[in-house]
Design a protein. Structure first.
Lengths: 224, 224
DNA sequence: CTTAAATGATAGTAACACTATTATAGTAAA
DNA sequence: TTTACTATAATAGTGTTACTATCATTTAAG
């Protein structure tokens, strides 16, 4: 169970570890529900406090502000995703199959068969699609990055680029392709659901199936 | 000069056309400077009013809120970009060259050789990279989309997918590839500047040159 | 049983996102 | 030339957000 280490999120993100108390866990759990329901911009600590049955002040003892709470949630997701990638790929040798698995994990809802899962994965998935770019598309990016807040994301990107190179050792842009894959998996899912004309998804077609097919096609064309 | 029609932004976006008065133009001009400087999150109508030398109330007569002001600015950019694409491509027959031109326009700073340009294109470019996804990654996406706010963006995406099909008529995902190109041009530029480890850019390498090379390589691998 | 840490309760402040009202200057029609 | 309409300025006000501070109370650990 050495993978459990990867589950930890960077402690620059929180003031007090939310996993260390019931209230902390409840804050994160309800935050996921609330952000899913009303979206990040409408989400406030006051509303969250009411949901949890606590006070704003108590939430501020765990997180500096709502931005860092979002960072925390996404980090949790990314580190869980990386864990799943590592776990599901460790007995696969065929790099082609590995890429397929990765794309599946990026597009389908994550499995919840781990005992450690306490959050609503389906909501989390939507949050990742809709809100994740908001954590880095900010003026304070340099400072935030110095706090090593994006380590999980970079690790995931590295893991994928290793597989990319297994498939085609000559390919010159493994990291860019990996970050493109991750980002594109989000925005194509969003577009397929909300701005269909920006994609070639058919009416009533399964969105994550469509995006998976598109990304697989893309990656194999690029790397063959 | 039939292209000038395309310069108009959809009037669901503003309350009063900012192009119809000096104050209106000044609001948009200073908004671009201010959003560039302090970022969308820190940008407020109050600060903008001070910059412009007017009052909050006056700005509210032009735009419903800062979200729609951003939408306006991005629409202006997208419609100018589409104008440039149309204009620069109309005498080119080779689809390969067309794609190269498009990628150049997506990654390099836009030329300002049109008499109609009144805004700081360099700032605009940065705003597009950093802020554009914020206009659609919101809970209100359905309502906003119904107001035809994203028409310019979709038009641009359509234009590019036509070229994609010229290069490879069998390619099954022309729209998704086009929207991926646009989005990836933004996020790879952002990553190359701010989170280099997510790309393969070299230290001191020119960012837009890197992204152009990456995207060209990608597109031609996909479409050949 | 004592003490420290975590939480709850309450209050308060500055900034933000608006809305409303009235005054005034400029312009266009009668 | 008056009238009348429009755009803007000036000012004020409201409810919400994003915090910070203080102090009382509960709880858990030594």
């Amino acid at each position: 169970m050495e993978y459990q280490l990867n589950f930890r999120v960077n402690n620059n993100i929180y003031i007090r570890d939310p996993e260390s108390s019931e209230l902390g866990k409840e804050i994160v759990r309800k935050a996921i529900e609330l952000i899913y329901e009303i979206g990040y911009e409408h989400f406030t600590f006051k509303k969250l406090a009411t949901e949890v049955g606590t006070t704003e002040a108590s939430i501020y003892r765990y997180f500096k502000n709502k931005h860092f709470l979002l960072v925390y949630i996404l980090n949790w997701y990314w580190s869980y995703l990386e864990f799943l990638v590592m776990f599901q790929l460790k007995n696969i040798n065929d790099p082609q199959l590995k890429i397929r698995k990765v794309i599946e994990l990026l597009t389908r809802e994550l499995p919840t068969d781990s005992g450690r899962i306490k959050y609503n994965i389906s909501f989390l998935n939507q949050i990742v699609i809709t809100e994740s770019s908001k954590v880095y598309l900010v003026k304070e990016i340099k400072e935030i990055n110095q706090a090593e807040v994006f380590k999980q994301f970079k690790d995931l990107c590295n893991t994928i680029s290793t597989i990319v190179l297994e498939l085609n050792p000559q390919y010159p842009y493994p990291h860019s392709l990996s970050s493109t894959l991750i980002e594109t998996s989000h925005n194509q899912q969003f577009f397929s659901s909300n701005l269909k004309r920006l994609t070639d998804v058919k009416t009533n077609e399964d969105v994550s199936g469509y995006v998976a097919a598109y990304l697989e096609d893309l990656v194999f064309r690029v790397l063959k």
